[in-house]
Design a protein around this ligand. Structure first.
Ligand code: BG6
Length: 486
């Protein structure tokens, strides 16, 4: 009998970040340069577009940015200076009542080029200090091993994850951090949103797309290597970390059929399969049959070895984590397979409002996603990202009245709670950018997600003072009531 009344005891309420979007100190503590250090800011306000994506970098841009870095702005190099503010920031998270803090480790802080035999002790010590600070307040870290960055040396030498050489290099990195933090970190995610390789090969896999012949094939080849690396990391985690819980993660974008026309319905099934391919492999331990027909239809050949079957089988995850920002619309049309699983869809859902960055807002889509994912995997789920990117105004008396964010969060949490009542086993909720940070997609500071305002503009100017927004106090109550006040 289903007796679920709401979020379970011990539900992991918290917030999420990523190293490349908060840390800054891009050359301190022995850190090497990483791919995200080369995401140059392109002023969207000047170009008149809402989303001027800085996702992709070409080989000539990389050369130019390396030679003339002083002529560009690279906001992910300064982040919000969490590297020097982590004590203050974690204290604010604790004040909100966080039970969990999702962060990532920068691979280039631990292995500056990815190729060293010995890790960088200063990098390891930094995360020790961060985890100790969390422990002081009883906050569980949820650590992503790879969140949209890797040593740039691996892009230059191997063109990123297109090369199988990265698998043992990542395994070495994973084993080092698992061993080092085995008594401090119980919850892990291997790769952030691996399905986004289909949108941005550079951000997701460190691949310079202009150097590959077929970018779709390259995306699946890089993904194959990441699947192997992830499975090997999962296997290592189970051997090293007591009581470990390790998950995979995708950017969950549920596709609705545009009409009841069977062709549109079929396209929605196919679009969703392309997204589900990622957790299917990581949660079940093998490639699902539908992907082979997709590869054949699109003439894609993915290199693999016989041993890969065993590697995938032995590295299945304990839970499935998602980020959730929007739903999509699928329609039977010429370019349908190209649009499937992508971030930016030209087909609009007339029933949904858009954010200031044109992202459709769909709280019910979160509930639908959770119900479907739980049906499919029967494994615990984790909503490890969700939130509203919006422009905030700091008033003269240093307040931020972000009722629009409260409204967004409330509706999403309500739907999440309904899904839990309907039987979904949900481990936790860590909304994105719990403290304002640099946007991944556009490298803007002005696209803010946080409960905590950080005084800094798109060009890196500002006092870096932290201010509590109205949503800070609201979320604190939500956590204190275990989600009952929403
Ligand atoms: C997710 C990423 O896709 O979306 C985060 O994991 C990212 O890194 C978040 O920041 C929001 O996207 P953006 O482009 O608004 O920063």
């Amino acid at each position: 009998m289903n007796t679920n009344q709401g979020f379970k005891k011990g539900f992991l309420w918290g917030g999420a970040t990523a190293a490349n979007q908060i840390e800054g100190a891009y050359l301190e503590g022995g850190k090497g340069l990483s791919t995200s250090d080369f995401a140059a800011y392109k002023d969207p306000y000047a170009s008149g577009t809402v989303n001027n994506f800085t996702f992709n970098v070409t080989s000539s841009e990389l050369e130019e940015y390396t030679k003339h870095s002083e002529s560009y702005l690279f906001p992910k190099r300064w982040g919000i200076d969490f590297y020097h503010h982590y004590k203050e920031d974690i204290a604010l998270f604790a004040e909100m009542g966080f039970k969990c803090f999702r962060l990532s480790i920068s691979w280039a802080r631990i292995f500056p080029t990815g190729l060293e035999n010995e890790p960088n002790e200063e990098g390891l010590a930094f995360y020790d200090a961060v985890f100790d600070e969390c422990a002081k307040y009883g906050i569980e870290p949820l650590v992503t091993m790879s969140h949209y960055e890797m040593p740039i040396a691996l892009t230059k030498k191997y063109n990123g994850w297109i090369s199988r050489e990265l698998v043992p290099l990542f395994e070495k990195y994973a084993k080092v951090i698992l061993e080092r933090y085995k008594n401090k970190v119980r919850y892990w995610i291997t790769f952030n949103e691996m399905n986004m390789n289909l949108n941005s090969l550079y951000t997701g896999a460190g691949v310079l797309e202009d150097l590959v012949e077929n970018s779709l094939e390259a995306a699946y080849q890089a993904s194959h290597h990441q699947f192997l690396a992830s499975a090997l990391a999962v296997k290592a985690a189970k051997a090293i970390v007591p009581n470990v819980e390790i998950g995979c993660m995708i950017n969950q974008i549920e596709a609705y059929a545009h009409t009841t026309k069977p062709e549109d319905q079929l396209q929605a099934v196919k679009s969703n399969q392309l997204n589900m391919f990622y957790p299917d492999v990581q949660a079940r331990g093998y490639y699902p049959s539908y992907i082979y027909s997709y590869f054949a239809e699109n003439n894609l050949t993915i290199d693999s070895k016989a041993e890969d079957i065993e590697i995938l089988k032995n590295g299945t995850v304990d839970f499935v984590a998602i980020s959730y920002y929007m739903s999509h619309v699928a329609e039977a049309r010429e370019d349908a397979s190209k649009l499937a699983g992508t971030f930016d869809s030209p087909i609009k859902n007339e029933y949904l409002e858009l954010s200031q960055w044109d992202w459709p807002i769909d709280p019910i889509g979160l509930r639908i996603s959770l119900l479907k994912l739980y049906d499919r995997f029967q494994k615990p789920l984790f909503v490890c990202e969700n939130g509203l990117g919006a422009k905030d105004i700091l008033t003269e008396d240093k307040k931020i009245h972000d009722e629009y964010r409260i409204d967004y969060m409330r509706k999403h949490i309500q739907q999440m709670r309904e899904a839990v009542k309907e039987g979904v086993d949900l481990m936790g909720y860590t909304p994105w950018g719990c403290i304002d940070l640099i946007s991944c997609g556009t490298s803007q500071m002005s696209k803010r997600y946080g409960f905590i305002y950080v005084d800094q503009d798109d060009t890196g100017k500002g006092s870096l003072e932290r201010y509590r927004k109205d949503s800070f106090y609201w979320y604190k109550e939500v956590i204190a009531s275990n989600g009952e006040t929403v």
